[in-house]
Design a binder for this molecule. Structure first.
Ligand code: APR
Length: 230
């Protein structure tokens, strides 16, 4: 049985209508990353940051998983824990498609973290009105997302999975942000076959054995069929 690690980025959710970060209509357009995606930005202008993530959280109710998310969920039905999805995305589209073995290395929009007691709690509504932490009552909740300068989640588990992977697939990520951008080299060093599926060549395309260009909604189901038939 192959051991597969799939790294996903904003491009896998693009066909669902979730904007990517670095494309011409991307999320960062009109925003300085330093303002909305760093701990310092949060200290400087808390309302701006809460509003930015509140809007993104609210927009999740208007989007649905696409064929790429569904193909990964269906493959997991056959492969079980031999398929691990590591996503940089903070949306919940993998879970809504049915994937269970998912690591959100950059956190999740639908969770809030209390800066006083450290609790991480499911969160659906806005944070702009500074609600109380359901556990300790302090009014100091932030989105449970990993900002630049912060440590991504579950790095040890991810490193173990990359070391054991027979196949590493990267979908819809520009390869601009480490440590995720370095996963291909880690997996390849440990013997994995590496494949990239992206709309355009990513910054790290040359690290992969193979690169296929096109929309994730077409390329991921096609790749999943190849794995099932191999
Ligand atoms: N199918 C496949 N790939 C696509 C599609 C699509 N339909 N649409 C866009 N893409 C590709 C783009 O060509 C681009 O290379 O997806 C990539 C998206 O890149 P980014 O916007 O940089 O998103 P991502 O790589 O996920 O960003 C990484 O950076 O800003 C931080 O924390 C944030 O998790 C994010 C991280």
């Amino acid at each position: 049985m192959p051991q597969i690690v799939v790294l996903t980025g904003a491009g896998i959710s693009a066909e669902s209508g979730v904007p990517t970060f670095r494309d011409s209509d991307g999320l960062w357009v009109g925003h300085h990353i330093d303002d909305v995606a760093t701990p310092e930005g949060f200290e400087r202008d808390r309302s701006l940051v809460q509003r930015f993530y509140d809007a993104r959280r609210a927009s999740l109710s208007g989007v649905e998983p696409n064929a790429a998310h569904r193909a990964l969920a269906e493959l997991e039905e056959t492969m079980g824990e031999a398929l691990l999805v590591v996503t940089q995305n903070i949306d919940d589209l993998h879970e809504r498609a049915g994937s269970r073995n998912v690591i959100h290395m950059h956190g999740e929009l639908l969770k809030a973290r209390c800066r006083a007691c450290g609790a991480v709690v499911p969160w659906q509504g806005p944070l702009i009105d500074e609600p109380a932490c359901p556990l300790c009552g302090t009014h100091d909740l932030r989105p449970d997302v990993v900002w630049f300068g912060e440590m991504p989640y579950e790095m040890e588990r991810i490193a173990d999975a990359l070391s054991q992977a027979t196949h590493f697939l990267s979908v819809g990520t520009s390869g601009a942000v480490y440590p995720a951008a370095g996963f291909v080299q880690h997996a390849r060093r440990h013997g994995a076959r590496t494949l990239e599926l992206n709309l355009e060549p990513s910054e790290g395309s040359h690290f992969f054995h193979e690169s296929r260009l096109g929309p994730a909604g077409e390329l991921v189901p096609q790749w999943a069929r190849e794995i099932l038939w191999s």
